[in-house]
Design a protein around this ligand. Structure first.
Ligand SMILES: [Zn+2]
Length: 78
């Protein structure tokens, strides 16, 4: 049974489990389920971050920033 098909069940914001309104006050997150849920969210964030970096580095602004970083390397000491 899906959480969306039954409005009396809400997904727990911490672990993503479908919790009935009767259970909500007494709901305790299953640590394993919670870890899976956090990892899933983290994976989404990491994927978005990597995509953002790649887009930045291939943009004219990102290429300029890389060129500038090369130029700004401190000169080698004698
Ligand atoms: Zn929970």
């Amino acid at each position: 049974m899906s959480a969306f098909a039954n409005p009396s069940h809400m997904p727990c914001p911490d672990c993503g489990a479908s919790v009935s309104s009767a259970e909500q006050s007494g709901h305790v997150c299953d640590p394993e389920r919670r870890a899976d849920f956090l990892m899933f969210q983290l994976r989404e964030e990491i994927a978005g971050f990597e995509r953002g970096v790649r887009e930045y580095l291939t943009s004219p602004h990102g290429r300029f920033a890389q060129w500038l970083a090369e130029r700004r390397r401190p000169p080698l000491l004698d």
